[in-house]
Write a protein that binds this ligand. Sequence first.
Ligand SMILES: *Cc1c(COP(=O)(O)O)cnc(C)c1O
Length: 376
Amino acid sequence: MWQAEVRVDLDAIRANVAHLAAGTSAEVMAVVKSDGYGHGMVASARAALDGGATWLGVASMTEAITLREHGLTAPILAWLIVPGLPLHDAVAADIDLSVATLGLLDEVIVAAERAERVARVHLKIDTGMTRGGATPEEWPVLLEAAAKAQSDGLIDVVGIWSHFSCADTPGHPSVDAQLAAFHTGLEVAGRFGVTPRYRHIANSAALLTRPDTHFDLVRPGIAIYGLSPMGGRVDGLRPAMTARARVMIAKRVPAGSGVSYGHTYITPAESTIAVVPIGYADGVPRHGSNGGPVLIGGQVRPIAGRVCMDQFMVDCGDDPVQAGDTVTLFGPGDDGEPTVEDWADAVGTISWEILARFGSARVPRVFDGLRPEAGV
Ligand SMILES: *Cc1c(COP(=O)(O)O)cnc(C)c1O
C-alpha cells in the first residue's frame, strides 16, 4: 500500500535513448544530473546506457563519483567545478572534467600529478550563453596552456564543447551565431594542435531540431526522460515519470467553506473536498495553488486553495470520490491525467523544473522495468 509515490518507467528511458541514438550518427551522452532530473541518477544512467548511450553527463564532481561508486564504468563528464575541490579524487576515478580557465587547468594539472594519472579534460568555450566557458578572448590563452600540458603528458584533451542558450526556440538567431562561434573556436584550437576526438554542443533541443549541431557527441537531458524541450509531444519519446498520491479524507462540506491557508478558495456549493497527502515539500509547486491540475475520480480538476507543505485539497463537486482513491498529478497522459508540461504551464515554469522538484526524499520512488542485475 502506498500513500504517495513517484513512479519511474525505466523502459521508457531505455526506449527514448534508443530513439534519440537512432536519429544521429553522434554518440549520446545521457545527462543524469540533479538525480536524473528527479528520476534517480543511477537507475536512469543504467537505463540510458542500456538504450545505447555511451557517455554520462553530470553537473558536479560528487555526482560523477557517486556514479563510479555504483559501478558505472562509462565515460563521465562533470562540468561544474569551483576552485579548491579535491580534483585528484575525480582524476583517480577517471572522470572527465570541464575546464574553462587557466586557474582550473592548473588545479587539474596538480591533481593529475597527485593522482599519478593523465587527467581527461574537455575545454569549454562560451559561444554566447554567458554562463560557463572561456570567452573568445581567453580561448587562445587556454588552448596554449592546455596544449603544453598535453604535450607534457599531464592531461588528455578529450573534448571541446559549448552549450546553447536558445535551441528550444527553433529559428532563434543565436543558434546560428553560437554554432558559428563554435566552429571558429574549433579552428583556433586546430591552430594550437588541439584536435580532440569529441566536439559537442547539442542539448535535447539541438539534437531534435538541428542535425548540423551534433558533431561527435550529443548531450540530451530532458528528451531522455520523454519530454520535448520545445513543448508538445515528440513522436518516439514517452514521459518516464508519474507522480501520484491517494486521497486521505473525502468529506462533504457546505457551500461557503473556506479551504486551506488564507481561505483563497471558498466552496461555491455543497461539495466533496478531497484531502491529498503530498505538498510543496514533496515537489508540488506552491504556485499550483488554485489551479494545478490533477486527475481524480476520472476527471481533471484544479487544486482548491493553497498547496500546503504536506498536503493539498481538491473540490470534487458531487463526484463519488472516496478516501483511498488515486490522485494523479502527472504522467504520460495515457489515462487522461495531466502531463508534466500541463503542470509547467499551470505554474509558469518549464518541465525541467517540475521533474527536478519531484526527486524529494519523502515520496518513495518506485521503478518499473528495473533489471535485477542493475543492483540499485
Ligand atoms: C542540463 C544540460 C544539458 C541537457 O539539457 P537538456 O535541455 O535537458 O537536454 C546538456 N548540457 C549541459 C551543459 C547541461 O547543463
